[in-house]
Design a protein around this ligand. Structure first.
Ligand SMILES: C=C(O[C@@H]1C=C(C(=O)O)C=C[C@H]1O)C(=O)O
Length: 277
């Protein structure tokens, strides 16, 4: 059976997908399954996927069953430009209010809870719903959107709303980079088929390297189908980081520490990676 590999169906992962498409052979040798982060999180744990990008919190919650792929994340150093708390009042007036959370996210909904409680010292009430801004704001004072839903909302900026980039809030609060997604493989699969994991890993790494060199080409292709200007897309992609270096590790462990402090996860101090050649 070909390895079943997840793909986040947001523009933020287009640079990683783009290079795979250029490498036609790998697309014949894997089954690529698209979904939102929460769909992919669920599928990897349900053994419906073998390797996938998942929400970074999901690794912390299931690290006994998973291994990380080195050198790959979806991260940002400050502004991420596609994770917004959209509010009808300034953020400083949100204490005690209801906040709608998109059902597509796991990392960012918990990042928001950290920001609200540990940075602002507020208590809010949260409810989860599909990412539709008008209906979210009917019931909530503010709404959290991620990925393409957040990008679109920001681009079309309805009047009278305040937009808070969670990457900026996190950077102000901790001084760290923020890691939103990591690539993980089920431990069992990695033990049984290390050569396949190596192959998929190499394909993603060369895809990432291709994309960094050919950003203009990706923007041009994407702009044909999207509402955004090429300048907007270039700025968006340039703000994203796909690597996993020491600074990303520090940022990720600091996020895990904040989550544990708030009782959302059990403490985790170590990241376990597959061995690659
Ligand atoms: C940068 C983003 O990061 C995403 C946010 C995720 C989450 O909140 O669980 C998961 C995967 C990432 O692709 C985004 O969606 O805009």
């Amino acid at each position: 059976m070909r390895p079943r590999v997840g793909h986040i169906q947001f523009l933020n992962c287009l640079p990683l997908y783009y290079g795979l498409v250029k490498n036609q052979q790998i697309l014949l040798d894997i089954e690529l399954i698209k979904g939102t982060p929460t769909e992919l999180n669920r599928k990897l744990l349900a053994r419906e996927l073998d390797i996938s990008p998942i929400s970074s919190i999901e690794y912390a919650q299931n690290h006994h069953d998973l291994l990380l792929l080195p050198d790959l994340t979806v991260s940002a150093d400050g502004p991420v430009n596609s994770i917004y708390l959209v509010s009808q009042v300034p953020i400083t007036e949100l204490d005690g209010k209801r906040i709608a959370l998109t059902n597509t996210s796991a990392t960012s909904v918990n990042l928001l809870k950290i920001i609200i409680q540990q940075k602002y010292n507020f208590r809010c009430e949260y409810f989860v719903c599909p990412p539709d801004l008008p209906s979210m704001l009917l019931e909530g004072e503010a709404a959290l959107l991620i990925g393409d839903h957040a990008l679109r909302a920001f681009y079309q900026k309805p009047p009278g709303l305040y937009f808070y980039d969670l990457g900026v809030e996190w950077k102000e609060f901790t001084g760290h980079k923020m890691v939103y997604a990591v690539w993980a493989v089920r431990k069992e699969f990695a033990q049984e088929k290390p050569h396949l994991v190596q192959r998929v890993y190499e394909a993603f790494i060369s895809s990432m390297q291709y994309s960094i060199k050919h950003l203009e080409e990706i923007v041009k292709d994407a702009a044909r189908w999207e509402i955004y200007t090429p300048e907007f897309l270039t700025h968006y992609f340039r703000g994203l980081e796909f690597s996993f270096d020491e600074e990303h590790k520090k940022g990720l462990l600091s996020y895990y520490e904040c989550l544990a402090k708030q009782g959302i996860i059990k403490p985790i101090h170590q990241l376990n990676f597959i061995e690659v050649k």
